[in-house]
Write a protein that binds this ligand. Sequence first.
Ligand code: FAD
Length: 556
Amino acid sequence: MSKERLVVIGNGMAGARFVDDLLGRGGGDRFDVVMFGDEPCGNYNRILLSSVLSRSHKPDDIFINPMSWYAARHITLHAGRRIERIDVRARQVVTADGLTEHYDKLIIATGSSPIIPPLANVRDEQGTFKHGVFVFRTLDDCERIMRAAAAARTAAVIGGGLLGLEAARGLLNWGLETHVIHLMPHLMEAQLDPGAGDVLRRQFEQMGLVTHLATRTTGILGNGHVAGLEFADGSRLNCDLVVIAAGIRPNATLAADAGLTVNRGIVVGDDLACRAGDVPVPDVFAVGECAEHRGRVYGLVAPLWEQTARLADRLSGRNPDAVYVGSSVSTKLKVMGVDLAVMGDKEPVGEDDEVVSYSEPSRGIYKKLIVRNGRLVGAIVLGDGAVVPSVLQTFASGLPLHDNRAEILFAPASTAPAMVAMRRRRLRTPRASAIATTYRRRRLSKRSWAALEASRRYATSHARQPGAAPAGPKWRPSSRSHARVSRKRSSLRISALSSRHWLRPRTPARPTPLQISRSTRSSASSATRMASTSKPTSSDLCAMGGKRSTNPIVSG
Ligand SMILES: Cc1cc2nc3c(=O)[nH]c(=O)nc-3n(C[C@H](O)[C@H](O)[C@H](O)COP(=O)(O)OP(=O)(O)OC[C@H]3O[C@@H](n4cnc5c(N)ncnc54)[C@H](O)[C@@H]3O)c2cc1C
C-alpha cells in the first residue's frame, strides 16, 4: 500500500510532538512525513528558554528532537525553511524560496509571535529592532539577549506577565539592574488577582527587581543603540537593554490567506480540522498556540499536547473518532525562589461560588481556592510549594471537596518537620502510634490520602533539585514545647491546628483564631494572616481583633 504524504508546518513544541505521537501509534505505516520549520534546528523545549537565560541550562541541554531524531525516523525536515503560502485546492504548500510540496494531510502548527506594542523609535530605518531591543520567543532570541546582557548594566523588561517575569529573573542573574514595566496595576493580571499580584511583587522586589506598575511605555530612547525608555507621564528610565514581553499573537496569517476561518487563532472543531466558514476543510488541521478551539487559544504546553494526542489518535487510525473537547489549564512560574501555581478561575463567577483564601504577605504566602458546587474550579498558590501537588490533583480530578477546605489549603501536618517532632514526643509507644495511624486513615478519604502521598513525593523531589524551593514549608524542628513555639510563628499555629484535627478527629472542633471560613464572593485581605470572609463569624472577629485564644494548642 502506498503511503500518504503528511506535511507539518511548524517544527515547534506542537508540530514535533504531533509527529512523535503519530509515529508512536503506528502512523509511520500510513504516512511519509515532511516537516517545515522556520527555525534552523531541531525541536527544543521552549519552556526551558527561561532556564537558558538564567544560565541554569545550556542551549544544547534543551533539545527534545535533535536532527538525528528526524533522520532515524525517515522524516524529511526542512529546517530554516518558511512556508509562505498554502493552496488548499491544489493541496500544496509553497516555501519562501519557491519549493512546492504536495500534501494529502496538512497540519498547521505555526505557534505564536510576540506582540510589539506601539513604541516610538523601536525600529531603525531598515525596519529591524534598534540595537539592544529584543523579544523572547526563540533560542536565537535568547542567545542574542545573553550576548547583550554580558555587556549591559541596566535592563528593562516591558511586560509583567509570566514571560516578562521569567525574563527579568534571568537578567537579574546576569547581575544587571533590572526593571519591569507593566501597563496594569498588578503583575500577572491574567493569572492572579490583585492580592496575589501584590505579594508576588514584594517577592520580586526582595530579589532586587524594580517594578513600575500602571506604567505605559511610549518610546525607546537613543540613536543607534537603546539608551532608555520614555513613559506616558513624560518620565524616563535609562537602560541599555530592553526585552519586550507584552503578550503573544497566534501565527494565523498563512491560514487566513488560504481562506481558512481565523478569529484570534485558526478556528478548529473538536476534530481539530480547520474550517472555511463553518464547513470543515478536508484533511487540513491545526494544533498548538495557533489554533482556536471553542473560542479559546491556549498559550501553554499541556493543552496543546492533549490536542496532538487526539489528532494522532484520529490520523493513525488508532481511534478515528477521537475528539478534543478542551483543557483545564494550570501553570507554574519557573522562577527560582518563587513558588507559584495557578489553575482555573482566579475570581468567583457565580453568586454561589465560595472563596477560601489565606494571605501572609511577610512570608510571601497567598493561597486562594474558588469552589463551585463543592468542587475546586480555580486556585492560586503562592509561596507554599508543599500543597501544590494536592491542589493540582484535586483540581484535575474534579471530585467533590472535603467539607474542611483547609485540608487542601494547608500542607498535611506530617510533612512539617516540627509536626513530626511534636508527634514523636506525644506518641512514644508503638501502640499509641498504631492508634494514631488508624485514626488518620479513617479520617482521610482515599483521595486525600493520595494527595498526601503526592505532596510528600513533591517535597522530596524538590529537596533533591539544586536551587529549587526548599522541601515543604519552612518549619524548623524545635526542642521547645509546641505551645511556646506556636506563639512565635503563625505557620506553627497552622500545623498545630492540623495536628489536633488529625490526631483527635472525633473531638468536636472548637472555634479557633485561625478557623478557615468559607464565604461567597469574598476576597483575601492582603494585610491579614487569617482566612477571609465577607461576613465574619464570632471566631473570625476574635482573630481580627488580635485577641489571644484560650486554646492552648493554638495560641500557647
Ligand atoms: C520563554 C518561554 C517560556 C515558556 N514557559 C512556559 C511554561 O512554563 N509552561 C507552559 O506551558 N508554556 C510555556 N511557554 C509557552 C510554550 O512554549 C508554548 O505554548 C509552546 O511552545 C507552543 O507550541 P507551538 O508548537 O504551538 O508553537 P512554537 O513552539 O512556537 O512552534 C511553532 C514553530 O513554527 C514555526 N513557524 C511559524 N510559522 C512558520 C511558517 N510559516 N513556516 C515554517 N515554520 C513556521 C516557528 O518558527 C516555530 O518554530 C513558554 C514560552 C516561552 C517563549
